[in-house]
Structures are given as C-alpha cells and as structure tokens.
Design a protein around this ligand. Structure first.
Ligand code: SF4
Ligand code: SF4
Length: 283
C-alpha cells in the first residue's frame, strides 16, 4: 500500500483482530491448553485466516490480553456480570454471550486506535464544535463521566431543573445555553456546545485537542463504533445491566474518513462477521 497519512489506520482496517480472537476462542475450548498464556505461547509465527495473514499473532493479541482472560471463565463458568438478550428479547447464554461480551470490549479497544489513526490526518474538528450554520440542531452534547468534568474550565449547571431533565428533552434546558457549559442531567454530566461554540480544549489555530492524551472516553471513540452489544438504556434484570445483541459495526456518515473509507470499513466489518451500518448523526 502507498504510504499516506491514513496508511496506518487503513492497514489496521485490513487486519481486524476479531477473526484471530475467534480462532483463539476455538483453540482454547477444544485444545489441551491449561491457560490462555500457554495457548498464546504455542501460536505459530504466522496464521492465515481467509485472505488475511497475521504475522506474530501472539504479539498482535498482546494489547487485548486482559480482555481475553475472560475466556478462562468458560472452563469454570460463574455468574455473568451482565444479561445479554437477542433482538427478540430472548436471553443469550453460554459461549455466545461470553463471545459477544469479549468481542465488544476488544473491538471497542481496537477501534479506539483505528479512529485515532484516521482522525488525526483529517484536519477536521467536527466532533469538538457546536452545530454549524444550516444544521438543524441548537447544540451538540458530549457525554462525560463525573471524573472528566474537571478537564473543562466551564460554568457548571447543576440544579433541580437540570437534574430532573436530559439534554434531549423537548424543550431542552440546553436550548437556551448562551455558551458552552457543563450540565448535570438526570443521566449524568455532559458538555453542551451551542451553535458557533467550541470545546475549550480545542486549539482553534491547529484544530488539535490540547488534552489529547487525557481526552474523555467519548472523544476517543468516534466515529466507527463497536456495536456487537448495545446497553439497553438504564434497564437492569436481577440487578444486572441488560445488553442487546446487535452484531454490527456502526459508522457515522458525518465524519470525513467514514465517507472516504466506506468500502474499507464495510470490508473490516464483514471480516469480523459483523454487519456494517452507516448512519448520519449531525446536520
Ligand atoms: S476534549 Fe479534545 S477531543 Fe474532546 S471535544 Fe474537546 S477538543 Fe475535542
Ligand atoms: S468527524 Fe471524524 S475526522 Fe472529524 S473530528 Fe470527528 S472523528 Fe475526527
């Protein structure tokens, strides 16, 4: 492949980790390996799966080891930490549920890297600014964890009205926002960016994030998403969070690299055994 600023991200799209993870799954369940570490130590230098060749597969899997270790629970199944339902509402159990759970975590981590590699060369700041002229929305919302709000030197709206509402209520208390602010909603904190306002951590001269290594979780994961499982709102069953099995990769069409690399993203999803879905978010 000719080297371009996006080459590193494209190479990762061509070699998704999930097919390799599935092979490891199968080997672990059917082979004589006492532990995952033993299995990885015995992997060959090269593995071919379909049209993809994985060089040094144990090295490729190393960044996911902590997540793969959940595989070992299959030998001595204990209570799951979540409930997985299919789209018809039937509970998915055993191997399929564990595979979906591990797959979602691994794909999320892999896509965090791929998104970062593809975003940086784009010179785009769409994720970091409020709606532009011609867009229908009055504001964009960036959900934050409580521990992340200190990274933003902004006014905080935290009162009975905000805590009884959500940003997407109609009408939303955020519609009247005169400037960027942090809101404490019923569902947690978010950064509200009204029209013509930018995240205070965006360097407008370079369009770079000033806190890139410490940027919030939500900023790490645009605009291709792992959508193997979807959290079912705030729903719990028997005290456990409920997830719905979707088996998809979701890519947001507003993003320039999603538009440019639509074919590559679709092939990536298919290699992972997942359905690619492209959807518009803003505008
Ligand atoms: S924290 Fe950084 S990546 Fe996140 S919205 Fe602000 S400038 Fe963008
Ligand atoms: S829309 Fe895409 S390219 Fe633009 S800032 Fe967001 S992730 Fe990066």
């Amino acid at each position: 492949m000719e080297s371009t600023p996006c080459s590193a991200g494209l190479e990762r799209l061509q070699q998704p980790i999930l097919p390799l993870v599935r092979l490891v799954f199968l080997l672990f369940l059917t082979g004589p390996f006492a532990s995952l570490a033993e299995l990885l130590a015995e992997l060959p230098e090269e593995i071919e799966i379909g049209t993809t060749t994985y060089h040094q597969p144990a090295t490729l899997l190393a960044p996911y080891l902590d997540l793969l270790c959940d595989l070992e629970t299959l030998r001595e199944p204990g209570p799951a930490g979540q409930i997985v339902l299919d789209e018809a509402g039937q509970q998915v159990e055993g191997l399929e549920a564990v595979e979906a759970w591990i797959g979602q975590q691994i794909l999320t981590r892999e896509l965090e890297d791929i998104n970062s590699l593809l975003c940086r060369p784009c010179g785009c700041a769409l994720c970091c600014v409020g709606p532009e002229a011609g867009m229908a929305q009055d504001f964009f919302e960036i959900p934050l964890q409580a521990a992340e709000i200190a990274r933003f030197p902004l006014p905080r709206i935290d009162n009975d009205i905000s805590r009884a509402a959500t940003a997407m209520d109609n009408p939303s208390p955020a519609c009247a926002a005169p400037a960027a602010a942090l809101y404490h909603w019923q569902t947690g904190w978010s950064l509200i960016l009204p029209r013509h306002h930018a995240c205070p951590q965006l360097d407008m001269a370079t369009l770079a994030c000033r806190i890139y290594p410490e940027r919030p979780e939500v900023c790490r994961r645009p605009q291709i998403f792992a959508y193997i499982l979807e959290r079912d709102g705030q729903r719990n069953l028997a005290g456990l969070p409920v997830y719905v099995l979707r088996n998809k990769v979701l890519a947001v069409w507003d993003c320039p690299y999603v538009q440019r690399f639509q074919a590559e993203i679709a092939i990536f999803a298919e290699l992972c055994g997942l359905e690619p879905v492209f959807k518009e978010n803003k505008g």
